[in-house]
Design a binder for this molecule. Structure first.
Ligand SMILES: Cc1cc2nc3c(=O)[nH]c(=O)nc-3n(C[C@H](O)[C@H](O)[C@H](O)COP(=O)(O)OP(=O)(O)OC[C@H]3O[C@@H](n4cnc5c(N)ncnc54)[C@H](O)[C@@H]3O)c2cc1C
Length: 423
């Protein structure tokens, strides 16, 4: 199914809010069982946060293999319709009969006409921070969200584009695909059940004032590390420090950066230990003379993930130190001093490293997006707590989870959604 901007009132059996791995999995399960599904996502592309990961633990395979398979299934499935750049602004009714008002924000690029040739980018004079790479580089005001974006269509950031004052892209586009006069559009979708799969955002590391993020350039976060290691990231996959482009010979990973902390995120995000171990392998593979230090409170690698932990521990240049990091200080030449207390020896340590990666946790998007669904119940952290008739949450919207568990829960949400549908 291709994306097209509809008008008027539409209907489907199931509406999925959020087109990340959880939402797409739920949509495919329901549609392949014969139900009509609408997926809406506020991004200009589908795939959610996993599209920004370099590799998946534990197999260390690229997430795009799995995403591509999902996109292929969506493309050939007439029962799934999706809308990007869209958000829910109102929901009324109840199970079996919801009316959902959706606002579609302007892309300023006609997706039916755009061939993704990229000529528009060359003439665009405006630069903006690239949020896909967590601000580590820039794009033009007209940009492709990322190299493997689905749909592979350009988009204009309306908040920075000079519109008619410039319009160079309009003159350059041979396909007449750019329309700077596009306005937001509102549609209504009738749905019998709703799956909420709005996922997560990284915890704001600037709130961790003792750990130096935003103060020292060579302190980055785990999501930034994913982008640094990715071939389509800001450094084309080279792991280098932001301050001087040097390959770091020593990197400290600070676990529970803000997590399990009453002042920040009181819960465990479940994946950060595994993510840091995975990222230590990125470093060691790319820079064989490098050394990684993982400072942790407890290592949490449940079930089959214990094998991954055992495997990573075999590398003597990945050093695990049980101790909470008290602070990160500035050293010389852009280096950093990690101050911690080793819980096993009682020793206070000062470890000098060339780069620090903060393992920040996943905060539910629902903690501050205020989805207009009156029956949706959230726990004190903003995760959807329990299912109300006709409304089912999946993936990290429901609780911190890895991809495998997010996909499993999506199947459950799809099955519940089907039961609430009348077909
Ligand atoms: C550093 C790091 C590394 C990780 N590495 C791994 C790994 O190797 N293996 C693994 O199994 N897991 C890993 N994870 C966990 C993995 O990222 C999550 O399990 C996965 O992203 C969950 O998918 P989701 O669809 O629930 O959420 P998301 O990926 O967040 O997708 C949610 C979607 O909903 C959309 N959305 C949000 N709000 C709205 C709204 N109001 N309206 C419309 N759309 C909305 C978003 O745009 C997004 O597309 C990692 C996590 C981190 C932090």
């Amino acid at each position: 199914m291709r994306e097209s901007i509809p008008s008027g009132q539409l209907s489907g059996n199931i509406l999925v809010i959020g087109g990340g791995i959880a939402g797409l999995s739920a949509a495919l399960e329901a549609s392949e069982a014969g139900y009509d599904v609408f997926v809406i996502d506020r991004n200009p592309y589908l795939g959610g946060r996993v599209a920004q990961l370099y590799k998946y633990f534990p197999k260390l395979c690229p997430p795009y293999c799995g995403l591509e398979i999902l996109f292929r299934r969506i493309r050939s499935n007439p029962k799934i319709k999706f809308l990007t750049m869209s958000e829910v602004v109102d929901v009324s009714g109840s199970a079996g009969n919801f009316d959902v008002t959706v606002k579609i924000n302007p892309r300023y690029v006609d997706i039916a006409k755009c061939t993704a040739c990229g000529e528009c980018v060359e003439v665009c004079p405006v630069e903006r921070p690239n949020e896909f790479n967590y601000g580590m580089d820039t794009t033009k005001a007209i940009y492709l969200p990322h190299d493997l974006a689905f749909p592979m269509k350009y988009v204009i950031d309306g908040s920075v584009c000079k519109k008619d004052e410039c319009a160079k892209c309009v003159q350059t586009c041979k396909y007449d695909a750019i329309d700077l006069s596009m306005e937001p559009k509102t549609i209504t979708i009738k749905a019998e059940s709703i799956v909420v799969a709005t996922g997560w955002k990284p915890y704001d590391a600037t709130k961790l004032t003792n750990l130096g993020f935003g103060k020292y350039q060579n302190v980055i976060t785990n999501v930034m590390m994913e982008r640094l290691a990715s071939f389509n990231g800001p450094t084309k996959g080279k792991i280098v420090r932001p301050s001087d482009g040097k390959e770091p010979s020593t990197v400290a990973f600070v676990q529970c950066a803000g997590s399990r902390d009453e002042n920040h995120l009181p819960y465990c995000s479940a994946i950060c230990c595994l993510a840091s171990m995975k990222q230590a392998t990125y470093l060691r593979e790319q820079l064989p003379d490098s050394k990684a230090y993982i400072f942790y409170i407890d290592i949490r690698t449940p079930g089959r993930y214990e094998d991954f932990y055992t495997q990573v521990k075999e590398d003597e240049n990945i050093v695990f130190i049980k101790g909470k990091v008290a602070k990160v200080e500035e050293g010389e030449n852009g280096n950093l001093i990690v101050v911690a207390e080793n819980t096993l020896t009682g020793e206070k340590t000062r470890t000098e490293v060339e780069m620090v990666v903060l393992a920040t946790g996943m905060q539910p998007e629902l903690s501050d997006i205020n989805l207009p669904i009156k029956d949706l119940k959230l726990d004190s952290y903003g995760f959807a707590t329990f299912d109300v008739p006709g409304i089912y949450a999946a993936g990290v919207a429901r609780g911190p989870s890895d991809v495998a568990s997010s996909v499993e829960e999506s199947t459950a949400a799809a099955l519940k959604g089907i039961q609430a549908a009348k077909r």
